[in-house]
Design a protein around this ligand. Sequence first.
Ligand code: HAM
Length: 430
Amino acid sequence: MATDAMRIAAPLGTHDVLPGEWALWRELEQAARTEFERFGYQEVRTPVFEDTRLFVRGTGETTDIVQKEMYTFGEGDDSITLRPEGTPPIVRSCLEHELFKAKKFQKLYYIGPMFRRERPQAGRLRQFHQMGIEALGGYDPLLDAETIVLAGRVFDRVGLAGYQVKLNSVGCPKCRPGYRAILREKLTPSREKLCESCQARFDRNVFRILDCKRDQCKAICADLPPPQQHACEECAKHFAAVLEALKRIELPFSVEPKLVRGLDYYTKTVYEITHSSLGARDAVCGGGRYDNMVEEFGGPPMGAVGFAIGMEATLLAIRNIRGEAAHAIASPTDVYVICIGNESRGYGFGVLDALRKKGVATDGDYEARSPKAQMRTANKLGVRFAVVVGSDEMTQGVVTVKTMSTGEEAKLPLPEGVEFIVNKLKSAGS
Ligand code: HAM
């Protein structure tokens, strides 16, 4: 016996997805795949770690993510970082594999884990999952609108009623410097009264102060001019066209003049989709346009826009809406093989195999339990058929098939028994 047994828990800010939760995870993932592909997006998988410089340059040196939330290993040119987000890796991948040579306009999607060393609290995980899309190659405001519509379609498909679309425009390299100077000037008298993070943001990224959730900062920012007031003509026109497109298709949204988002690369449109059942950290999706990243990574000048849906946040919102029903999952097992007596277990193993080879979801007992206990398991699993094998069945090469819903039993040669089950399941549509 082990004398120094030790229980080790999952790391802080991570979680296990247990068997009872998978039905919902799959449903969400499937909904996203279906809608993403309908809108013309193709899947890409990039590594979960990348050259650290990709995020320092792409996500941005002044962001909270790069400043304090990255899991980084190694030094200098060997330094790698667990990806905190999917956007810079997609751009890198497109350029590295010269995807733009074959097709100038790329619509790509990704699903997978992301890593941020956030302060653990409700809704913030250190490993979480995103389903994201990136449309690379277009400056058209209709494309911004299309991405918002697409995110909404995913939420509609999983029945997430009550989400809210909030958007804003954060300007471009032409109008941002002027606005930055105005914000600094207006904030200087109250700089000392800002929260600690915002005091640091004053020099690093003054725009972020605008959407700080702390009361003292909110009060200070109440009278500041929103970015739109200082937008250049091009940005103003672009934003008006996005709003116009959303109105045309009657997609409900609100303009949040102080929404700025926490990533450096955004230009023009930014948006968040929130769900009120989630409390303080209520975003189920965040996205926006980033027209400079491709060029900054050595590619041609190219507009781009995308979003990422947070899977854990979305699943929580779905559970809040559906209640307990969200957890109910049908058993995936259709047949349970019951062996009477130890000597028939080998024969039973062959029966299991014959059924599985025909594609039937089958399980059996591996604890040499009594037939009664095995039948209890069959009932618990809610299987459609129990296949009973004892020494008689074994010597005659037959099986006894019990239809659980009626209690009817039929003794059939093994191949016929398998065929019988396959046909019944087929006609029932499973
Ligand atoms: P983001 O707003 O940082 O954007 O993340 C998108 C969503 O991921 C959030 O709305 C939230 O649901 C989820 N999320 C983020 N951090 C955490 C966390 N620590 N724990 C749990 N969930 C989290 C991006 O990542 C951009 N790459 C989106 C984008 C794509 N913009 C353009 N293209």
